[in-house]
Each structure stands twice: as structure tokens, then as C-alpha cells.
Design a protein. Structure first.
Length: 367
């Protein structure tokens, strides 16, 4: 007898429940039945969602490959209309229930061209959506991969239909979330209370305009200027930071490593390593910081102190790249960018305040 590919369920009847021996049926309390029904519905709904996602994935793969065919054969609107109409007619004859209208075929080409150079994580998230949702994203989100990933993930996790997705886009939900979000992995690597506090302490961007940089500089020069202006830098970081030193040496296994700048935060009760970069963020920076934090925790972390935190300070960052780089890191790391000039809004406020103060001072002298 061959085995069947499904599990056999055995039901145990607790002693306190009564059974009707006459018809051998289990007497179930209403609350027990409600729980059983709820569980069964949850199982079916989960299965339906999984099936729908698999179906969407297969459909998206087919549409992707058709779009790739049109792209690689350089079929363009205008002279390619006749070819696309003919292809649509032939495909409809074979697959009458499949959406292969000329317009849909052009959309498949757009689908392929929009995502062929995107990160695999973005492509996979979008591919699991229904085709109508994908078209809505193509129409409304544009070329921002970070926004595309956000709306695709939110649609899947929250079960948005096309109208809800459209409303989320119109409400600029991604931009709102991005402003409130710090690029770090604190929620995954720190206890909940400390993670919340760390998110309050660290910013996603810092203004280093007080350094007076007017031309390109090297990382060591940037670090040297920050050390000389350490009081101003501490003010920019926020309350609670104590500067320990720069080019802090960590010696282990016969090798030396140097942390650009090392601080201690009194509220978080932890060491904070800052790695300075004059260019854009690169994924390998996260691995290097992860190693520094392992050394700090092993060599210098006090018995009553929390895990060390690392901040990578760079000229610019791509949010999708940062998210992917930090995804599997075990140490708490944040990535922040910096500005070397005073933002226009702040400069305008400074000038306005100075003019106002000068005018008031002048009036006092006249009076």
C-alpha cells in the first residue's frame, strides 16, 4: 500500500469532555467550535493566499518573458503595431482566456524594460502581485525602486486591492514612511526598549556645515576637522555622547583595526563606533562595521554595558542598498548621510534672525 502525501490527524478526547457512546459523536462546546472554525478558516485563507501568489508569480513570469521577446526584437510603437496586433490575434486563438490584447502586450514590454535592471528583491516582490496591481505601480510610481519595493511589500502584507494601493500612492505613504524611518537594523538586533531609544537618539542625516568645507577632502582630513570641532559635532549628534577618541586601535589575534571615531552614550549605556566615508554608501562598509562591533564587544565592552552600536556616516546612500546590506548583519548598525554645507532653509532662517537682531539693536541705539 503506497503512502499518501498528506498528514493523518489524530484527535484526543480529554477526560472532562463527554462523548455520546450511542452515536460515537464528540460533544463540543460552542467556544471550542468557534475556535476550531476560526482555525480552519485561517488555514484555508492562508492556502488561498499562497496559491494566488504562486499563480501571480507564474503569470508575471510569462508576461516578463513575452515583454523580453518584444524588447530584444526591438519592437517599438508605430512600425511595430502590425506585429503586435498579429501576435495578439495568434495568441488569443490559442489562449482565449489569457490577457494578450495588443495593449497588454505593450504593457508586458514596459514591465520588462522597467524592472530588467532593478535589484532582484524588487523584481521578486513585484512579481508576486496581480497583474492589475503591477500596471498601477508602473503608471503611478515611476523609476523609484525603493518606493516600488515599499508599495509591493505593503500590498502583499496588508492585502490591498488596486483602489487601496492607489490611495496609498496618492497619500505619498512611502515618502511619509521614509521621513519617519531611520536606515538601521536596530529593531532586529536590540531589545525592543533599547531599539526604540536608539531610533530616537540617532538621525538619518547630519549637517556638518560648521566644518567650512568648500572643496573635496580625504576621509582622514574630514575626521581631523571633526576632531578639532568635536564640541560642535557632539552638539550635532545630540545629548548624551562622550568622545573617547579617533583612530581607536583594536588589537586582536595579532592584528590591528582602527575605528575612525569612538563615543560612549550615557543613556544607551553603550559604545558607539562611527565610520566616516567621503563617498556614497557601499554594502561592504556594513561588513567592516559588523567586525568592528564584534571586537568592541569582545575587548572593551563593560560588564554592565549594552551591545556596541555602529554608525556609518557617508556622503549619500541608497535606501534599498542599505536595507539589503543590513538585512543579515547581527550587530546593531545604522547608516546616515551628511551635508557639508548649511541647507538653504536653515541658512535663510539664520540670515533672517541676524537681520532682525541687527534691526532691533539699531533701534535701541537710536532710542
Amino acid at each position: 500500500m503506497s503512502s499518501k502525501p498528506f498528514a493523518v490527524c489524530c484527535f484526543f478526547v480529554p477526560p472532562h469532555r463527554k462523548t455520546d457512546n450511542k452515536d460515537n459523536r464528540l460533544s463540543i462546546e460552542n467556544c471550542d467550535y468557534a475556535e476550531m472554525l476560526r482555525h480552519a478558516v485561517a488555514v484555508i485563507e492562508h492556502a488561498r493566499t499562497e496559491i494566488a501568489q504562486h499563480v501571480n508569480g507564474y503569470v508575471s513570469t510569462a508576461y516578463w518573458e513575452i515583454g523580453q521577446i518584444l524588447h530584444e526584437r526591438k519592437i517599438e510603437s508605430g512600425y511595430g503595431d502590425i506585429v503586435v496586433r498579429r501576435l495578439s490575434a495568434d495568441l488569443k486563438e490559442r489562449y482565449p482566456k489569457m490577457g494578450v490584447s495588443p495593449r497588454n502586450l505593450w504593457d508586458m514590454k514596459k514591465f520588462y524594460e522597467r524592472f530588467c535592471h532593478s535589484d532582484i528583491k524588487v523584481r521578486q516582490a513585484v512579481a508576486l502581485l496581480p497583474w492589475g496591481h503591477i500596471l498601477r505601480l508602473l503608471q503611478k510610481v515611476g523609476n523609484d525602486d525603493a518606493a516600488m519595493l515599499f508599495y509591493a511589500q505593503e500590498t502583499r502584507s496588508k492585502g490591498w486591492n488596486r483602489d487601496l494601493l492607489l490611495n496609498a500612492i496618492k497619500l505619498n505613504m512611502y515618502e511619509t514612511q521614509a521621513l519617519a524611518r531611520v536606515d538601521n537594523n536596530f529593531d532586529r538586533t536590540l531589545p525592543a526598549e533599547q531599539a526604540q531609544y536608539a531610533n530616537e537618539v540617532f538621525s538619518s542625516s547630519y549637517n556638518l556645515g560648521f566644518l567650512g568645507v568648500t572643496s573635496p577632502i580625504l576621509e582622514l582630513e574630514l575626521e581631523d576637522r571633526l576632531v578639532k570641532a568635536i564640541t560642535r559635532f557632539l552638539m550635532e549628534l545630540g545629548n548624551g555622547f562622550t568622545f573617547i577618541g579617533n583612530q581607536h586601535v583594536l588589537e586582536y589575534n595579532g592584528k590591528e583595526s582602527k575605528v575612525d571615531m569612538l563615543f560612549f552614550h550615557r543613556g544607551l549605556r553603550c559604545l558607539v563606533a562611527v565610520d566616516l566615508k567621503i563617498g556614497a554608501f557601499k554594502p561592504e562598509y556594513a561588513g567592516k562595521m559588523n567586525y568592528y562591533l564584534s571586537l568592541l564587544d569582545r575587548l572593551e565592552r563593560g560588564a554592565d554595558e549594552n551591545r556596541s552600536i555602529g554608525i556609518i556616516l557617508c556622503a549619500e546612500k541608497d535606501r534599498v542598498e542599505v536595507e539589503l546590506a543590513l538585512e543579515d548583519m547581527g550587530k546593531p548598525i545604522g547608516v546616515a548621510d551628511y551635508q557639508l554645507i548649511v541647507p538653504k532653509e536653515k541658512l535663510q532662517k539664520v540670515l533672517t534672525d541676524e537681520i532682525k537682531a541687527f534691526s532691533e539693536e539699531k533701534e535701541k541705539k537710536i532710542n
